[in-house]
Design a protein around this ligand. Sequence first.
Ligand code: IPM
Ligand code: MG
Length: 317
Amino acid sequence: MIAGDGIGPEVVESALEVLRAAGASLDLVHFEIGLGRWKRTGEAMDEDDLEEISGCDCILLGAITTPPDPNYRSVLLRLRRALDLYANIRPFQSHDLDFIIVRENTEGLYSGVEEVGVEESRTLRVITRRGSERIAEAACDLAARRRRLTIIHKSNVLRSDRLFLQTCREVAERRGILYEDMLVDAAAYNLVTNPQRFDVLVTTNLFGDILSDEAAGVIGSLGLCASANLGKSRALFEPIHGSAPDIAGKGIANPVGAIRSAAMMMRWLGELEAAGRMEEAVKKALSAGVRTPDLGGRCSTSEVTGAVTGYLMAEES
Ligand code: IPM
Ligand code: MG
């Protein structure tokens, strides 16, 4: 468990309450990682943390504020990289929408290969066949149980994306998945004008980052959205939202993204039944109008949590 900074601890606490109500029995290890730790010790995370984290089955993370030091690399990016969590799975669900963005999580414009100068700076966009293949496989695993795959790219301009597109096509064809491809700018437009047309989307790192915030806006709020960062045997689950220091401590953060992330974690752990019940309870609370201010509601974090746990308990008795 990495509660992190800002609203991180508040939403993680809420997710824990819901996990308990769903009957999860977890052997929790808490890590103090993030801005708070950096202020105290000058380091947000160290190698010992990484080693200890590697010994855990999976990670539930709240949110981390990147320290205000231009030389500091985001802790989240370090974790994704160190644990090789190459597939960022971001489901978007509302009353009439249901699609998943599968974002490559280790390369692209997040390569970290940069030359920084006063007059000119460069970032190297790295696309590899291996990286494209494994993210395409992850997307096809999902699409196989759904309708269709959309490969999103900018290969009319970026030659690096020809490799991405070609590799994704090959994988989809080999797997017998129904697919199409779409330029990223058109995808951004279609996400707003006709989001129903999407099912599973696969794309490179930065495009996935941007499109997933857009998708969150389309379904109503970043506060609703969960994600799984998956590697071969490791996984990190986190709400898509950040640490939102402006509302930290006010008790109004939307815990749904964290609760849904915890449900994704349960599913990954093989606890399908509990995961399904957690997701259902969240849906019930939302349709009953139990909503935090980001959704135009007046409920507090603990009221939303209470409603969700209430539905879970009611079902049990
Ligand atoms: C996300 C975030 C991160 C990213 C930041 C915090 C480094 O925006 O998970 O979408 O860019 O991947
Ligand atoms: Mg983002």
